[in-house]
Design a protein around this ligand. Structure first.
Ligand code: SF4
Length: 227
């Protein structure tokens, strides 16, 4: 095959894959209506400004972010399958709702793993990562705490799966009222900015999470500073 034709056919395969990823996401995102006042549990731990854009500009994704997300989904499925070989496991799509006030709630459908070990239930939040941290990231703690509170389960684990080395590490997490307070503060702050039609501070950038900004589909609008 001539080099030009080869380049073209390789590009075509890449484009077909990217188009397919976007199409899968569009089908999935139609299931998640975005109403101010109802915030999405899996997003709340991430940059509040980004969430503001999701509600005001509309949700955007890049094929690269989707590829990362779907890799995570694949790991989630493998982990659920592996646990089902060694213990009792429910891998379910759950509707999570956490009502804070009449007009602020967290709600959404999430894929969740609940294991039963010696008669006790635990929620496992699986995260694939390129590096295992020394302690769970705050955004992952927030996610798991939301699930623990909304499903009324006392204990869980953030389970990291290093996609490069294959290493795994579980961090035990207890349902905590302190975390619930923090989660409420974040939801209330987002709601305040939504009501005031006022952009929240560029939280990810200010907190040194340049990686979040580099992957952010609203980087151009936000323009937080040098990365
Ligand atoms: S570019 Fe960074 S600070 Fe701005 S919205 Fe995106 S994640 Fe947040």
């Amino acid at each position: 095959m001539p080099a030009d034709a080869q380049d073209e056919s390789e590009k075509r395969i890449e484009d077909l894959l990217k188009t397919g990823l976007i199409s899968l996401w569009q089908k999935e995102s139609q299931l998640h209506a975005r109403e101010p006042g109802t915030y999405y549990p899996s997003y709340l731990g991430y940059c509040l400004r980004k969430q503001y854009y999701i509600y005001t500009i509309g949700e955007r994704v890049t094929p690269e972010a989707l590829a990362i997300f779907m890799t995570g989904q694949g790991v989630h499925e493998i982990v659920a399958k592996a646990f089902s070989e060694s213990t009792t496991v429910e891998s379910v799509e759950e509707k999570i709702t956490l009502n804070f006030t009449d007009d602020i709630r967290l709600s959404g459908r999430i894929d969740i793993i609940i294991v039963d070990i010696d008669g006790k239930k635990y929620i496992i939040e699986v995260k694939s990562a390129s590096r295992i941290p020394d302690s769970p990231y705050e955004s992952h703690m927030i996610q798991l705490e939301i699930y623990l509170h909304s499903l009324n389960v006392d204990d869980g684990f953030v389970l990291y799966w290093n996609k490069r080395s294959g290493e795994v590490k579980a961090f035990s997490v207890k349902k905590s009222s302190e975390w619930l307070g923090k989660i409420y503060e974040r939801a209330a702050m987002l709601h305040y900015h939504m009501n005031m039609a006022q952009l929240p501070p560029p939280e990810a950038y200010l907190n040194g999470r340049a990686w979040e900004c580099k992957r952010c589909p609203y980087l151009n609008e936000c323009n937080p500073g040098p990365l």
